[in-house]
Write a protein that binds this ligand. Structure first.
Ligand code: DSN
Length: 429
């Protein structure tokens, strides 16, 4: 039999990135170098595995698959349905949830869908103040959440800097919210979801848990799960969970239809099938014993890093950490969050500036920084490395104007990074 002539040479018609777009290729190369040679302490960032990145960059990106289950608006969805089913089943099994929506594109859209499913515009919602550790989508005036619903803010107590549950209860009785949001972006302590449920029940409110930051710790058994208590749980997939950039929504069976409808066609149309395939991979990885060990090491590393910083005289909001992050109040050393983050970046240590509870400066300056350990732990670093990182941070923060100190730390950081490569063969990273 004669072989058919190949009429299209894929190599010629579909050249590699470097040939198509040298500028983006260069940025990609430089970003790889940056991620290799710097210590990432931003607690919402992580290194997704090669398997997750392969799925994210895969040809599933070419497919439209609007709809759910077998009811799609496009043909050719057989393998898209397969990866979506895998992601759904794995999400339900990992978190013990009755229903999972894996189509939702981002954490913000997950929260939008949750509000859209259970609330009417103008309804009252009780959520954590952004300045106390909440999130933009938990009712900030400039965000869709604050513009659409009537948010009332709770926060942390001035004395303990931990969530003031008595005040949450008082506010709930005063304002009768239709929903209470439990969850934060900059809160270093364990969240008592059972207590939130109790308050919600007192006033007949729905409970939404946004676990974007701590999802990996929950999956790994290092933080109590909100699933038994919350009506809806939203989470991003790229933070401690170490998946692709994206999100999931988990909920009780009673809310399943409303959530699915709120995601599509409510706030989204076509799902990102490549990202859904990558979520399936990440959820499989997060079900492993190795991931449980990873989550345990993230928390242990955070505790050691926090102790190291405190031993240098730096003040930790709430006195320490139970999870993957800590908030460092720099007021007493006379350095702003912005200057600290800039000086640390020049030294090869990447953190984000952060407001602290009862902040007196604007968010672009801020009084604190928010270091976290998910990414450095993914690289394989442990408690000895955390002690060295704390010492380097102390050196830089006590001499923020010294280029010599920054240069010395930068060299030592680069040497440590070489011992823990990000893209090494055969590593989980
Ligand atoms: N989730 C935020 C963070 O913690 O960095 C960004 O929206």
């Amino acid at each position: 039999m004669l072989e058919p002539a190949i009429r299209r040479d894929p190599e010629r018609l579909d050249p590699p990135l470097g040939e198509v777009d040298p500028e983006v290729a260069e940025a990609l190369e430089q970003e790889t170098e940056r991620q290799e040679t710097n210590l990432v302490l931003i607690p919402s960032e992580n290194y997704a595995s090669r398997a997750v990145r392969t799925a994210t960059g895969s040809i599933f990106a070419n497919k439209y698959a609007e709809g759910y289950g077998r009811a799609r608006y496009y043909n050719g969805c057989r393998w898209s349905i397969r990866v979506e089913d895998l992601a759904i089943e794995r999400a339900k099994a990992l978190f013990g949830a009755e229903h999972a929506n894996v189509q939702v594109h981002s954490g913000s859209q997950a929260n939008m869908a949750a509000y859209y499913a259970l609330l009417e515009p103008g309804d009252t919602v009780l959520a954590m103040d952004l300045a106390h550790g909440g999130h933009l989508t938990h009712g900030e005036k400039i965000n869709f959440s604050g513009r659409t619903y009537r948010f009332v803010a709770y926060g942390v107590s001035r004395e303990t800097e931990t969530i003031d549950y008595d005040r949450v209860s008082e506010l709930a009785r005063e304002h009768h919210p239709r929903m209470i949001v439990a969850g934060a972006s900059a809160y270093p302590r364990t969240i008592d979801f059972a207590r939130f449920r109790g308050v919600a029940d007192e006033v007949g409110a729905y409970l939404l848990a946004d676990v974007s930051h701590i999802a990996g710790l929950i999956a790994g058994g290092c933080h109590p799960s909100p699933v038994p208590y919350a009506d809806i749980v939203t989470s991003t997939t790229h933070k401690t969970l170490r998946g692709p950039r994206g999100a999931i929504v988990l909920c009780r069976a009673a809310h399943a239809k409303k959530i699915d409808k709120a995601v599509f066609p409510g706030v989204q149309s076509g799902p990102f099938m490549n990202v859904i395939a990558a979520k399936a991979v990440a959820l499989r990885e997060a079900s492993s014993e190795a991931f449980r060990d990873y989550a345990r090491r993230v928390v242990e590393n955070a505790r050691v890093l926090a102790e190291g910083l405190a031993s240098l005289g730096l003040r930790l909001v709430s006195g320490g950490t139970d999870n993957h992050l800590m908030l460092v109040d720099l007021t007493s050393i006379g350095v702003t969050g912005r200057d600290a983050a800039d000086a640390l970046e020049e030294s090869g240590i990447v953190v984000n500036k952060n407001t602290i509870p009862f902040e007196t400066k604007g968010p672009q300056v801020a009084s604190g920084i928010r270091p976290g350990t998910p990414a450095v732990t993914s690289r394989g670093m442990g408690t000895e490395e955390m002690k060295r990182i704390a010492a380097w941070m102390g050196n830089v923060l006590s001499a923020p104007g010294s280029p010599e100190v920054r240069m010395r730390v930068r060299e030592e950081v680069a040497a440590l990074c070489r011992e823990f490569p990000v893209c090494r063969q055969g590593s989980p990273v």
